[in-house]
Ligand binder design. Structure first.
Ligand code: ATP
Ligand code: MG
Length: 584
């Protein structure tokens, strides 16, 4: 199937999108304009993310508007207005100050998506300390690693998680001064304290200290898809990118209700699950429960969600059900669907159009970039399978690198190169935690090298080819796993596919695929041969997989990315390396 260019998402919209003329906005964009749309601390005391996200709305006419609508696991709900969020985050900033936690010290969280996590995140930023969210599903070893490497001073968690995973680690964490238990009514000892008691005793008044836009704000660990996770450090200035992308990509309008399904344990859940929507003063839906297809559709319907930001792994799971949600649920409020985290197969974009009533807008970025860099926009035609075009203010290039030198900046359409960015945007990371040398190596001749390979077509759309580390070299061809995986999932039986290069004496590497199946299909030799034929027809013999195996589920990170390095290690019987982010 050839995928058509999809009509603009705005055809049946009431609102005019914020980005009306992509090319003009791109050509005339200036970060100063974005900075002016933000507030800044009173009396020119700098730029603080929490002030932009909370206080400036709490101090305005929309103070009583719902900032966070939290939906608990059991369906219980809590609305937190901007005013209330200001008071609660002030309390938490006072708690930290009272405990003697200074500017730049690190406050970690290890909790499910509970309101205390969000209050702690923003309160930490108010105190000019650095916030570092961890996935609550991490086991003791990854927690130890991250808290230890990051020299966490404070950990916010729950009694259950503390007892199960943290308590035994305390002797090995000399820098950890306090553990705050979100659900404890009383202190356990002088180090393990009740969050509620401290909060109740703290004032709701707090003045954010002067904050330099270059002050550290967030520490995010990467997903660990390709190896040991790296700790990327971001500064308060990143809020400019959060706000700008909220405006131009997510297209926040004043009355919007927004839902980002990501956990703050990875960067999307913080940049877009907390900061970006709040900087626009809109209502942000937070759901505590994990993925459940029917429940998700109910949430979209009941909460009248206008803009939805999710990930390919979730979309593929929804596709797997073989249903047409737009007929079963009232999705009439939904205006835009966005996706990030992995390449979004063209099949999924087109599925969105038929099953949800609108195409899915893919966008590309990384933990290191802090915010969206390349995207499909509401008012720009979508080419399914393409990541879209660079954001205003973001200069993107494709380069060839040899011996730490750029040997070519690609200008021709269709040629593959490493995706590189001019690092002159506010949210580019400022270092890798304890790995300054590795950080420096990412910057060559004025470019930040992303480690991903891509192509650009004649109209300026970017197409993901693969991670440089995962490209397969077979009989002189360079094959990107994404192309092969996308061809496989076009077959009705295939739900997900992961493709690797397997060492081969003749070809160098041969293309090997692992597939999981849609409901109603069973694995058989016949199906394997059918898939071999199917992909050969689509891709040609040189690119099509030479081997296809079945897996019930593909190994994925907790943020839902297929871990090809694990498929490869298992295939070859090699050590699995760091599996801290593996979804169990
Ligand atoms: P690690 O760096 O630890 O191996 P990771 O790169 O998966 O993990 P993240 O920063 O969470 O950690 O993910 C960013 C990467 O995810 C990108 O570099 C890219 O490879 C992939 N990615 C994200 N969005 C897209 C997209 N829309 N299309 C293709 N790839 C994407
Ligand atoms: Mg990475």
């Amino acid at each position: 199937m050839d995928f058509p260019t999809l009509k603009k998402a705005t055809n049946n919209w009431k609102e005019t999108p914020n980005l009306k003329d992509y090319q003009k906005t791109y050509n005339t964009f200036a970060w100063e304009t974005i900075r002016k749309e933000l507030d800044g601390l009173p009396n020119n005391q700098g730029l603080n993310i929490a002030h932009e996200a909370v206080d400036r709305h709490a101090n305005s006419a929309q103070a009583t508007k719902t900032a966070i609508r939290w939906i608990g696991k059991k369906g219980n709900k809590r609305n937190i207005s901007y005013l209330e969020l200001k008071a609660e985050t002030n309390r938490f900033a006072n708690v930290l100050e009272g405990l003697g936690i200074q500017k730049g010290e690190r406050v970690f969280s290890l909790a499910g998506r509970i309101p205390e996590l969000y209050i702690a995140a923003l309160g930490t930023l108010k105190n000019t300390s650095v916030f570092c969210p961890l996935f609550s599903a991490f086991g003791p070893e990854p927690i130890m690693q991250r808290l230890g490497r990051g020299k966490g001073s404070v950990l916010l968690t729950t009694t259950k998680l503390f007892k199960r995973k943290v308590q035994a680690l305390l002797p090995q964490l000399p820098d950890l001064k306090y553990v705050l238990l979100a659900d404890a009514t009383e202190d356990v000892d002088e180090k393990v304290l009740s969050f509620a008691r401290l909060m109740a005793a703290a004032s709701t008044e707090f003045t954010i200290p002067p904050t330099n836009s270059e002050d550290s704000a967030l520490l995010h660990f990467t997903s660990g898809t390709t190896g040991m996770p790296k700790g990327a450090i971001h500064v308060h200035n990143a809020v400019q990118t959060h706000y700008m992308t909220g405006k131009y990509v997510l297209d926040f309008q004043p009355n919007d209700i927004f839902w980002c399904t990501a956990d703050p344990g990875w960067v999307t859940g913080t940049s877009y699950g907390i900061i970006a929507p709040l900087t626009h003063g809109i209502t942000n839906i937070i759901t505590e429960a994990e993925f459940d297809a029917l429940r998700w559709f109910e949430t979209l319907q009941e909460e009248k969600v206008n803009i939805w930001y999710t990930a390919p792994t979730a979309i593929r799971r929804l596709m797997r059900l073989g249903m047409k949600p737009k007929d079963a649920y009232d999705l009439s409020h939904l205006r835009l669907i966005h996706s990030v985290g992995e390449p979004l197969n063209p099949e999924a974009v087109v599925w969105g159009e038929s099953a949800l009533g609108m195409p899915i807008h893919d966008n590309w970025w990384q933990t290191e970039t802090g915010g969206i860099m390349i995207s499909n926009f509401p008012d720009v035609e979508i080419r399914p399978g393409s990541m879209g075009k660079p954001l205003p203010g973001i200069e993107v290039g494709l380069v060839q690198v040899e011996d730490s030198k750029i040997t070519k900046v690609i200008t021709e359409a269709g040629e593959t190169g490493e995706l590189a960015l001019k690092p002159s945007f506010p949210s580019i990371f400022r270092t890798y935690l304890n790995e300054e040398e590795r950080y420096q190596k990412c910057f060559v001749d004025g470019w930040y090298l992303s480690g991903d390979l891509a192509k650009r077509d004649a109209d300026g759309y970017y197409w993901f080819v693969g991670r440089a580390k995962e490209i397969i070299k077979t009989s002189g061809h360079m094959v990107g796993p994404f192309e092969v995986e996308s061809a496989l999932i076009e077959h009705p039986a295939v739900a997900e596919a992961g493709v690797i290069g397997k060492p081969d004496p003749m070809a160098g590497e041969l293309v090997k695929a692992f597939v999981s199946l849609n409901t109603g299909y069973e694995w058989s030799e016949e199906l394997r041969l059918e898939l071999m034929g199917f992909t050969r027809k689509k891709l040609g013999a040189a690119v099509a997989p030479k081997e296809i195996d079945f897996l019930e589920d593909l190994p994925k990170t907790k943020s839902g990315k297929i871990m090809r390095r694990l498929l490869k290690a298992r295939e070859l019987g090699l050590p699995e390396g760091d599996t801290s982010t593996l979804e169990k």
